[in-house]
Write a protein that binds this ligand. Sequence first.
Ligand code: ADP
Ligand code: ZN
Ligand code: MG
Length: 476
Amino acid sequence: MDYEVVIGLEVHAQMLTETKIFCGCSNKFGSAPNENTCPVCTGQPGSLPVLNKKSVEFAIKAGLATGCKIANKSVFARKNYFYPDLPKGYQISQYELPICINGKLSLKVNGVDREIGITRIHMEEDAGKLSHEGVDKNSSYVDYNRGGTPLIEIVSEPDMRSSDEAVEYLKQLRNILVYLEICDGNMEEGSFRCDANISLRRFGASKFGTKTELKNMNSFRNVQKAIEFEIKRQFEILEDGGSIKQETRLWNADKNITESMRSKEEAHDYRYFPDPDLLPLIVEESWVESLRRELPELPSDKGLRFKKSYNLADEDIDVLISSKKLADFYEETVKVSDDPQSASNWIRVELLALLNSEGKDINDCKVTPQHIGSLIKLINKGSISGKMGKSVFKEMYETLKFPENIVKSKGLVQISDESELKKIVKQIIDKSPNEVEQYKSGKSKLLGFFVGEVMKQTKGQANPQVVNQIIKDLIG
Ligand code: ADP
Ligand code: ZN
Ligand code: MG
């Protein structure tokens, strides 16, 4: 394909504030319909918005974590349109003067370092929700609980060049917001949602092609599939000599296609103007600096620290820092086991595989760092072998019993006692004069034969290191 793919993303993230952005209603998810509403968030005449300071704090933190400049002055504007889930007839957003501008996100995609510009981050309120599946099938219902939920919209530059880059950008951005504890990052519930703008242009062309905007993708997997579908669709139109219509398209996850929703509205259609009910927002430099000092360790810094303190491979680190919960779980396990590499192995390989096989992740994990740390200690002390460790791990995962107890109740103790093992090895040597001859004459592969025999006799409980040493001492 001699076309270059151009992608820019607009992400809406719901802020985890206690209350809504312009009123004191609860911002809790999952309440009964219209339980969390008041005259302000249902758009009653004469009601007035009051800005929630926490939502500003969260937006600033998002800006600081993505290298943005924080605007000293920003302005709320009305974006006018009619929809039943928008009772005021306009959405309060920021338009010309957003709170954050000119940030960036650094990514590594398929081994290549990429930098994606962030144009702006602005604050706005979410709309309510329509439901067409109520008691009366011929009616639509509206729930205003979500109306007035604080959102930030993070708009990227058209800097991405593949669906892989777009997905990696989203994963990193989501991870940052979750680390900041300002968004739960739940894509299925819509608290982290993305619109993808896509266009193609011939390599070497200086101007961008006409873009389409994709909505309605509620997982990374769907973002990837939707973008791939759209690239192919546009490519085929362009190759046929056709032209791309600027429009908004919806991803249909059942049919695996994008479908036209509406032709793209222009900004002037919304008649943006500064909201006269809200003063311009002035943010003092000193406040920004104190928020900067409060920022937690972000994923990229955590990765550097893991490299330095635990000397892990990059692939290990990428997995471990992919969620704050997982990273914390890992560090707790290191504290208990005092073995960073084993902690990483058991968590990455065994724990994540078991969770994954049940469609779960670390947030649903019942086994604790104390469990895994104690298991590692048992193995490192030589009480059980690594192989036994695996079956203990499985049982521990299922029953939440501590490894010491599992080992005891199953009589799984590893035999490391030298004199005991020496007796067994001697018996085997006496029974196998041929193998001993061959081993002595240089067939060192036969070491495995002897170890295997010892394991048979001890039902796998012999400590292989000790057995190896004894065999070498006696006939090596
Ligand atoms: P609109 O006015 O249509 O909303 P914006 O300029 O606000 O367009 O950009 C919206 C998003 O689309 C941004 O993330 C931007 O990077 C991206 N974008 C703009 N032009 C293109 C293009 N030609 N191809 C792909 N993405 C684009
Ligand atoms: Zn309210
Ligand atoms: Mg736009």
